[in-house]
Design a protein around this ligand. Structure first.
Ligand code: UDX
Ligand code: ADP
Length: 464
């Protein structure tokens, strides 16, 4: 089976970059990315590719090459579904905020709406690919909806979880460690569908890096991979607190531990806490699934990764209050960084949000600079918490696009995201324009301690 037309429902952080790379690597296939968000699609179609809605190093160039050649962005979801041989579902699956499984289970309403729309529109056989991270056995639910409400056409459901990390999405897509494809490998039709997707990736990914499994293994592998990665961060963050008490340095510990080839050096960077749209959501998902099967010990084991992460964010904020003589009321605290990691404008679950919320509860005034996050996004993140009124958030939080202005007359500075440019700021100038003692809290182990101390800063870094 040769795929000629691909549709991707959802033009977000996963769908957008993934389809851009597929289109670039497969010029003979038409790729249409659709979304109900008109503003987002308009931004993807902006004449100036620097204005696409997602900031990812290298992405604008890929879009510039493929857009209007074989890569299209549209709000006409029905037309794209109708035309496609293969449909990626890449819509958001946030944690439920209501009802059964509230705060834990994934909200599948967007997925279900997609399935119903596909069933209504499709007039010929199609391959449906789950791209969003989903709880195990979602494919089965999809199949059920498609088969019972469709126009009598055949659907093959595949699971093809995305492993890209934001900030390095293009690099990860171009050279993935592996591509995972789950399908019904016991039937001829299932095998054919899997092969069709393998053929797409094989345009640029070597065969030995394309793994095929059954659907459920594929779905569970994605959750497991994210849980393991998050667990490493929580493990090193747990050690960071012990380091601060004992005089050890968490970076030295991480290096010594990571040189053991059985452990490996990656994902051992202590921080103010992991964020992003995946880690917390996927672990909560795992916990919910385990609990629903009565596997309480399994659920508790993974839940601890989240508990540790929440503790890390809280203890970073509490340390600021304690160090500033037990009160930050009316004091100006400057934030460098708001995104959940560098090189992305994504702020979902960013540690900065929770640190800000804690300090606002202590009546601090917060001034923020992030090179890629918009002012409106920062207010939206704080308003979403519902801790205080929108008016109060606006009056206590200021967002500026000049890091020096942000730090002027501050009682303390907190580094929340590891943007490279923060390392190269004129720290002497910042020091000179701050209130004294000049407190500097590094939540990312980004800055050089001795240098900052020499300038005169009272310097605190996670795990040191
Ligand atoms: C993650 C997975 O890495 C990716 O494979 C999956 O597809 C989606 O979820 P992402 O959330 O985009 O990707 O970024 P990642 O690089 O994993 O970072 C997640 C969070 O952990 C960030 O807040 C980051 O700052 C933090 N982190 C990461 C650390 O604090 N220390 C580390 O050593 C690594
Ligand atoms: P992710 O990080 O998983 O890509 P995003 O929230 O960035 O998540 O993107 C998901 C996109 O899916 C959003 O732009 C949203 O508007 C879109 N979306 C959600 N439901 C539908 C739907 N039924 N049809 C089309 N697009 C949808």
């Amino acid at each position: 089976m040769k795929i000629k037309n691909i549709c991707c429902i959802g033009a977000g952080y996963v769908g957008g970059p993934t389809m851009a790379v597929i289109a670039q690597k497969c010029p003979e296939i038409n790729v249409t990315v659709v979304d109900i968000n008109e503003k987002r699609i308009a931004a993807w179609n902006d004449k100036d590719v620097e204005n696409i809605p997602i900031y990812e190093p290298g992405l604008s160039e890929v879009v510039a090459e493929a857009r209007d050649r074989n890569l299209f962005f549209s709000t006409d979801v029905d037309a794209a579904i109708d035309k496609a041989d293969l449909i990626f579902i890449s819509v958001n699956t946030p944690t439920k905020t209501y009802g059964m499984g509230k705060g834990m289970a994934a909200d599948l309403k967007f997925i279900e709406l997609c399935a119903r729309q596909i069933a209504r529109v499709a007039k010929d056989d199609k391959i449906i690919v789950e791209k969003s991270t989903l709880p195990v056995r979602t494919a089965e639910a999809l199949k059920n909806i498609l088969e019972n409400t469709g126009n009598g056409v055949n659907f093959q459901i595949l699971s093809n979880p995305e492993f890209l990390a934001e900030g390095t999405a293009v690099k990860d897509l171009m050279k993935p460690d592996r591509v995972l494809i789950g399908g019904d490998i016991n039937s001829e039709e299932g095998k054919e569908a899997v092969q069709a997707l393998v053929d797409i990736y094989n345009h640029w990914v070597p065969k030995e890096n394309i793994l095929t499994t059954n659907v459920w293994s594929s779905e569970l592998s994605k959750l497991t991979a994210n849980a393991f990665l998050a667990q490493r961060v929580s493990s090193i963050n747990a050690m960071s607190e012990l380091c601060e008490k004992t005089g050890a340095d968490v970076n030295e510990v991480a290096k010594a531990v990571g040189m053991d080839s059985r452990i490996g050096a990656k994902f051992l960077k202590s921080s103010v806490g992991f964020g992003g749209s995946c880690f917390q959501k996927d672990i909560l998902n795992l916990v919910y699934i385990a609990k629903s099967f009565g596997l309480n010990e399994v659920a508790d084991y993974w839940e601890q990764v989240i508990i540790m992460n929440d503790h890390q964010k809280k203890r970073f904020a509490a340390n600021i209050v304690k160090t500033l003589f037990n009160t930050v009321s009316g004091k100006k605290i400057s934030f460098l960084g708001w995104a959940f990691k560098k090189d992305t404008n994504d702020t979902r679950e960013s540690a900065a949000i929770y640190v800000a919320d804690y300090l606002l509860n202590e009546q601090a005034d917060i001034v923020i600079y992030d090179p890629k996050v918009t002012k409106e996004q920062i207010y939206a993140d704080l308003n979403y918490l519902g801790t205080r009124s929108e008016k109060e958030n606006r009056s206590r939080v200021t967002v500026l696009n000049d890091p020096y202005k942000v730090c002027e007359d501050a009682h303390a500075i907190a580094v929340l995201t590891e943007w490279d440019e923060f390392e190269h700021l004129d720290w002497k100038k910042i020091y000179d324009n701050m209130l004294k003692p000049a407190f500097l809290f590094d939540g990312r182990r980004l800055l050089k301690k001795e240098e900052k101390k020499e300038i005169g800063f009272e310097f605190y870094a996670i795990g040191n």
